[in-house]
Design a protein around this ligand. Structure first.
Ligand SMILES: [Zn+2]
Length: 480
């Protein structure tokens, strides 16, 4: 184990993929809501006697309660039925609840409309932070900054400070006129890639100096400035490759594009070198990353940050193999997180690891993910680890492993947990056990309906089948 390094991205997960991180975003909208609706118990008690739809503030209180119970779709119905019945002074509260319900349903476009309305009616409305976050995720950075700068929500100073850093990105301060060159929206529109790949700082400085010579009073100023914003080919290739990978993720998980929140764009910071990658992580409130980490995904802010592995094989544009593999792993987390927050650790990490073994052909226009890689030059593969694990009988029984939470996961055997998770996913998807494959897919589909894993797994796989699947998995890897 000591002679080779573990895959770099494993470490990133310990730092960033914690349960608490995952829950923070969801609770933010609800937290903001609590300030709005207080006397619920009384109102709800009265309401039970009335069969007709609730009106006025009673509906607002009821909706707030439903959201906190995890029933945002019902909350929307209650609010819609009460539209126009709330006294003008309190109408913003109706919008605030509706915005929160839509945000919980991942209907970003609708949530944004509602929250904008809140601020129109009540500039002190407690939704600046959440609105700015959603705008940022829709790549509407200017409006997001405007929302944050018009008034400050005193409850979340640190959160807002980090949000500003993410919106501004790492290049705007140094190149105030030409930074859009390093900020590229992919052709499919699902990614925003912020990257200095393909250009040097000196080239950017020279470009900035040229752009500064333009006359802002010139009628054609905007047009002339836009000429400086053409992205480098390497950045375009990287964004195309990410877009293509996402297509694979979606197809692989059986997710139709219609389930994607309208306007949601995945953000990726992709640095040419490690030092800027590391300092940006600190600016975004990180706790520092180990020198062997190539990239990470942060569920709290939903962005990926990567840097280009020096000296690696180049696969598309300038991206190196190790970096694109890291992207495939973290990219799965990022995509999956938008579709469901219920995926248990073994399944989420197992799929990420599974997709992380892939190849790029034809300069990145053709990819194949989920390969069986038996050995690598400088790190142990999941294959090698799982063979050893089974030989030495050091695996975790399925009936425990399937319910692992981060406390059990992030121990000194974390690398073995990744390997075991990968091997179970590989066995499910590429193995010869059709029943397990069917049950695996059924579990994932149920999780996408926002049902908890602790409920779904025992429902789909009973104890007897669980033991049979484990035995089949052991036999499979002994043969492989
Ligand atoms: Zn991971």
């Amino acid at each position: 184990m000591n002679a080779k390094h573990l895959p770099a991205r494993l470490l990133s997960v310990v730092n960033h993929f914690s349960e608490t991180d995952m829950k923070t975003f969801t609770s933010l909208a609800i937290l903001l809501l609590l300030a709005v609706a207080l006397p619920q118990t009384l109102v709800v008690a009265q309401d039970k006697a009335k069969p007709e739809p609730l009106k006025g503030m009673a509906a607002v209180y009821k909706a707030s309660e439903l959201i906190q119970e995890g029933k945002p779709a019902e909350a929307v119905k209650v609010l819609d039925a009460a539209k126009g019945t709330v006294p003008a002074k309190e109408e913003w509260k109706w919008w605030q609840n509706k915005g929160t319900a839509h945000a919980e349903l991942c209907q970003d476009d609708k949530a944004i409309v509602c929250y904008r309305e809140v601020l129109k009616l009540n500039p002190k409305g407690p939704c600046r932070t959440i609105l700015a976050t959603l705008l940022q995720e829709a790549d509407l950075g200017e409006e997001a900054l405007d929302v944050l700068n018009k008034d400050e929500d005193p409850r979340y100073p640190e959160h807002n400070a980090i949000l500003r850093v993410i919106i501004e990105g790492p290049f705007k301060a140094r190149w105030p006129l030409t930074w859009p060159k390093l900020h590229h929206r992919s052709k499919g529109g699902n990614y925003v890639v912020i990257s200095d790949i393909g250009v040097t700082d000196q080239e950017m400085d020279a470009l900035e100096a040229e752009a500064a010579k333009l006359d802002p009073n010139d009628k054609l100023y905007a047009q002339r400035l836009a000429k400086f914003h053409k992205p480098h080919d390497d950045l375009v290739s990287a964004a195309n490759l990410m877009e293509l990978s996402r297509k694979e993720f979606m197809a692989f998980a059986g997710i139709s594009q219609s389930r994607w929140p309208k306007g949601k764009r995945l953000r990726v910071f992709f640095f040419r070198d490690q030092s800027r990658f590391m300092s940006f992580e600190q600016e975004c409130g990180g706790r520092g990353v180990s020198g062997s980490v190539l990239g990470y995904y942060t569920p709290m802010w939903r962005y990926i940050s990567l840097f280009n592995q020096p000296g690696g094989t180049k696969v598309a544009g300038n991206i190196t193999q190790g970096t694109i593999e890291t992207f495939w792993h973290e990219g799965w987390h990022q995509t999956c997180h938008i579709i469901t927050r219920r995926c248990p650790l073994w399944m989420n990490e197992g799929i990420a690891e599974f997709l992380g073994y892939g190849t790029c052909k034809d300069r990145g226009t053709n990819i194949e993910l989920g390969l069986l890689v038996r050995a690598k030059k400088d790190s142990y593969t999941g294959y090698e680890l799982v063979k050893e694990m089974i030989r030495l009988n050091r695996f975790i029984p399925f009936k425990e492993f399937f319910y692992y939470e981060s406390r059990e996961w992030n121990t000194d055997r974390v690398s073995l947990n990744y390997a075991q998770a990968w091997s179970i996913v590989y066995f499910a998807l590429r193995g010869d056990n059709e029943l397990f494959k069917k049950d695996f897919c059924k579990i994932f589909a149920e999780l996408c309906k926002d049902r908890p894993a602790t409920e779904v797994i025992p429902e789909v796989i009973d104890d007897k089948s669980m033991a049979a699947y484990e035995a089949a998995w052991i036999a499979y890897w002994k043969r492989m």
